[in-house]
Design a protein around this ligand. Structure first.
Ligand code: AMP
Ligand code: MG
Length: 412
């Protein structure tokens, strides 16, 4: 068992132990948010044929060479083509075909002029200026070309991509299966928000915060409920989680206090402990183990610690398991917008908000940075990475940070 390892070592050790889950087919109607499991190529061109971008007349540009306002060119209108129908006739010199937006360009025509720019008299149109060959024609394959990869393995199916798949005639798509994540809350003090508050008790926020995060990532959270700080109960629920889910997360009971018995429970189960404790604040007492080929991650119970270690360590694992590219949080540098007066003996992550001003990244703290404080997590979309041995931080200095939460690259 390793101990006191760096965040980066922890991330690497765990990522090596997981792979993306199985694939399945889903109908396009329920594909949003899922992850593409195989490159998707289009079998057709988009658009499928040269078409008109507006209501107008299809004709030969050459016929308009001598047109001007006092000497208009007059063409005979020989057909009308609505969108959804093929022209039956061909445009020849001296003729025009009326076309609606989206209608195929008739053979023989090489330009479209819009309705508003001509004068129509019975079956004749008058044109007042010369036209350039090719204007107002949307070309076949202008959007996507037959054979082109339109979605790569690992891409998130966002609404426009769902639309693009529909446009190329795909109605079912191969995606990675949803992973199930079991979440167990340990602690004698915890009660569910649906229960009556009793003295000495607190509401269980971790289950709801982390469960919501799993859902937002497209995974399926499975609640293992609340267990008291009792080894037998923890052992039983973790075993249940291993049967039900692809990954098991626990919160609470991982420090070295008298009631911190998740590590003992994991040993009792016979799980292989990968590491216990990482060298950062908050959330240093994290414990991780492998059992029956699945991972169990025991996070600190402090809400902010649980959230931050979930962001930095569990989210990359979930992404890898779900087949999402670029698992690790994106790093960036930014200017600190305010002072942070405490020195940091240990490496520390601060809850912050990234804002851009004149293309410069600024990070401002989102409030109280204590381990148990929930409020400053709400606006947090970035974590400032403060190296061990840093003194107080000053407004205006450059800092390193990572993107986290729903503002992460996953959703960009
Ligand atoms: P622990 O990690 O068990 O030592 O818990 C650290 C702190 O987090 C304690 O103040 C707990 O009451 C609190 N805590 C533990 N689990 C939760 C939870 N699920 N929701 C909210 N607070 C919790
Ligand atoms: Mg506890």
């Amino acid at each position: 068992m390793k101990t006191d390892i760096s965040l980066e070592e922890a991330q690497t050790l765990l990522l090596e132990l997981v792979q993306s889950v199985k694939e399945c087919q889903v109908p396009l109607t329920s594909a949003v948010g899922r992850i593409v499991s195989q490159d998707i190529r289009t079998n057709i061109n988009l658009p499928l044929f040269d078409k008109s971008p507006l209501d107008g007349y299809a004709l030969k540009a050459k016929d308009t060479e001598d047109a001007n306002s006092s000497n208009p060119v007059i063409l005979e209108v020989i057909e009308e083509v609505p969108a959804g129908y093929m022209p039956k006739k061909q445009v020849t010199s001296g003729t025009a075909i009326k076309v609606m937006t989206g209608a195929p360009i008739p053979n023989g025509a090489d330009v479209i002029i819009k309705f508003e720019d001509v004068k129509r008299e019975e079956n004749k149109v008058e044109l007042y200026y010369p036209l350039r060959t090719g204007s107002n024609i949307i070309r076949v394959g202008e959007d996507v070309r037959q054979g082109e990869v339109i979605a790569k393995k690992g891409a998130v199916l966002n609404p426009p991509l769902v639309g693009l798949l529909a446009a190329i005639g795909v109605d079912a798509v191969s995606v990675f299966s949803k992973i199930k994540i079991a979440i167990l809350s340990t602690g004698d003090e915890l009660i569910d928000p649906s229960e009556e508050l009793r003295s000495g008790k607190i509401y269980n926020s971790n289950l709801h915060c982390l469960g919501a995060y799993c859902s937002q990532l497209g995974a399926e959270p499975v609640s293992l409920g609340i267990v008291p700080d009792e080894e037998a109960a923890i052992v039983e629920r973790i075993n249940q989680g291993i049967e039900l889910a692809d990954l098991v997360i626990t919160t609470g009971g991982v420090s070295v206090g008298d009631y911190d018995i998740v590590p003992t429970a994991l040993k009792k189960i016979g799980a292989d402990i990968i590491f216990w404790k990482i060298d950062m604040k908050p959330g240093s007492p994290i414990i991780t183990a492998k059992y029956k080929n699945k991972l169990i991650i025991g996070l600190s119970g402090n809400p902010a610690a649980a959230f931050i270690t979930f962001d930095l360590i569990v989210v990359p694992l979930i992404k890898r398991m779900m087949g999402i590219d670029k698992e690790l949080p994106v790093k960036f540098s930014a200017i600190l917008a305010e002072n942070f007066n405490k020195p940091s003996e240990q490496r520390r992550f601060l809850r912050a908000k990234l804002q851009k001003n004149n293309r410069i990244n600024y990070v401002e703290l989102t409030g109280d940075q204590s381990n148990g404080v929930l409020k400053s997590m709400v606006a947090c979309n970035a974590l400032i990475d403060v190296p061990a041995g840093s003194g107080p931080l000053l407004a205006g200095q450059e800092v390193s940070a990572v993107m986290v939460g729903s503002g992460s690259e996953l959703f960009i």
